[in-house]
Structures are given as C-alpha cells and as structure tokens.
Design a protein around this ligand. Structure first.
Ligand code: PMP
Length: 283
C-alpha cells in the first residue's frame, strides 16, 4: 500500500508530495506542526492538539489555514487513505510561499498545509516501557520560545544525535540555573517519595498534551503532584524518572548521564502510571 500525503488541498502519493523551494517553512523554519497518535484507528486527543496548533500559529502570527473542523476532516481522510490503525499523523502549517525575504511577505500568502501518516508498532513501545530508556543531559541551546511548536528543531536534532552517540535514547535540556527544561521531544518528570514532579508551564517548555492528560490521570488516582522546576542533581537522586509524549506515552527513564535512577529498573510508580495511562487510552 502506497503512503498518501495531503499537500495544500490535494491527496497525493507520498513520493510525489512536494512543497515549493521558496516555502518559508523550508527556508526560515517559519512553520508550526503537530503530531497526533492513532490508536486502533482512532485519533487521540485531537481537540487539545488543534487548540495547541492554534496557539502556535498565533505565536508566529500565521493565519489559520482552515477551520479545525475542516482540518479534522483532512486528518481523518489521510488516516483512512493510509489505512492507518496504529501510528501517527504529522501536520505542518507554514506561512506560505514567497520570494525569499526575512520580513513577512507584503502580499497575502496562503499558509501551506501538509499532512503525512506513519505506522508505529505500539507493542514495541509497550515492550520498551518495561525496560525504560537512558538519557543524557545537555545545555539548553534552543530559542527562547519552546512553548511554540515550531519546526525550528535544529537544537533538538543535535541534542538527540549527541544522546544517540553516547548510547542514550534521548537528552534532557538543562537551563543556565542547572534546571531541567524538557527532553528533545518530550516532557521530563521525576518521582520522589511518591510525588510526581514536572516543570511548570512557561515559555521555556512545550505544553505537552500527554503531560496534561497524565496530570489528570494522576490526579484521579489521588497521587501527589507538584509542577515546579527540578535540577539535574535532584533528578539523579530521584526514586524514579520518566518522559511523556504523544509517541512514547509514559516512558520510564532508568539512567541519567550513566547514573542509575533508584535501582536502575522501572519503578512501581511508573508501572502504575503506564498501566493507568493505557487503560485511559484504550478505555
Ligand atoms: N516537548 C517537546 C519539545 C516536544 O517536541 C514534545 C512532542 N510534541 C513534547 C514536549 C511532548 O508533547 P506531547 O505530549 O503533546 O506530544
């Protein structure tokens, strides 16, 4: 089955799916994006993802390309055309195509909209959740607005490459005060004395949808929660650690910079969160 993408009004074969060379997303990272998970043929948490897309577009002063309702139709059509049962839909909106000038185009340009689909094996992710991952820490080198989900991901790409080169799955960014901001494509959490700790929302991190959902799942479970910054030192002394994202859900972190967290195995609180999060998703 050939993959099908959506590009500016047309459903096209993935191989021939193209944007213009002067698309501002391509030349200036002048674009925002979202990723939603598809589980058993159903898009998860679409509403909050569309709401965040709206906030990202507003943050870059890019006009909305279409209504949320129309975008939902397009996303579901791409899902259907790709017969996607389990995986993700990626969607990106750029400011559009214009002669290369840093300033915003003088004339009205139409935002470019692209949607692609990718299969994922969630059983493999479930297996990985039993083992956990290793992360390294690295200096925060991103621009000052990681809360805007822009495609300007070079610092994230380099940090991920550095992690992989050092035998780790991901990197946690650390700000000038020694505090963890977040992972390269996920929110960072630690657990101490059964308290869930994750950095408070601000311009410094992305407001993860999984983060938000997990907070409400944890709240329903009556768990102790604290939204505040934590240092690398504190993280290394935590009982457990984990990340959250649309593609990893709740993924335990068992080592930070080669140092074992707790006993270096997936802990009881993580196991409980993983179980309840899957119940929430599949229920
Ligand atoms: N932080 C960053 C930098 C990310 O790229 C992502 C992935 N979108 C997240 C956090 C997690 O967000 P979500 O749970 O909405 O996938």
């Amino acid at each position: 089955l050939s993959r099908i993408a959506y590009v500016n009004g047309s459903y096209v074969y993935h191989l021939g799916a193209m944007v213009h060379v002067e698309d501002r997303g391509y030349q200036f990272s002048d674009a925002v994006y979202e990723v939603v998970a598809v589980l058993n043929g159903k898009i998860l948490d679409l509403e909050p993802h569309l709401a965040r897309l709206g906030r990202s577009l507003a943050g870059l002063q890019i006009g909305s390309p279409m209504s949320n309702k129309a975008l939902s139709v397009v996303l579901n059509e791409v899902r259907r055309l790709n017969r996607l049962r389990n995986g993700i839909l990626y969607f990106q909106v750029s400011r559009g195509v214009a002669t290369r000038e840093h300033g915003f185009p003088n004339t009205e340009v139409k935002p470019s909209v692209v949607v692609t689909a990718k299969r994922l094996n969630f059983d493999a992710i479930k297996k990985k959740q039993q083992l956990g991952i290793n992360v390294i820490t690295t200096a925060e080198t991103r621009w000052a607005r990681p809360d805007i989900k822009s495609v300007c991901l070079l610092a994230n790409v380099l940090a991920k490459a550095k992690a992989n080169k050092n035998g780790a799955t991901d990197a946690w960014f650390v700000d000038n005060d020694g505090m963890v901001t977040e992972g390269t494509a996920n929110n960072a959490w630690i657990i101490k004395d059964n308290m869930l700790i994750t950095r408070e929302l601000s311009n410094d991190i992305l407001a993860g949808i999984t983060r938000h959902t997990l907070l409400s799942v944890a709240n329903d479970l009556g768990m102790k929660i604290c939204e505040r910054s934590f240092s690398v030192v504190e993280a290394k002394g935590a009982d457990e650690a984990f990340i959250t994202s649309t593609t990893n859900f709740v993924m335990p972190v068992v080592k930070i910079d080669e140092q074992k967290i707790g006993d270096g195995k997936v802990g009881q609180v993580c196991k409980k969160l993983i179980k309840f999060y899957w119940n929430y998703l599949e229920g």
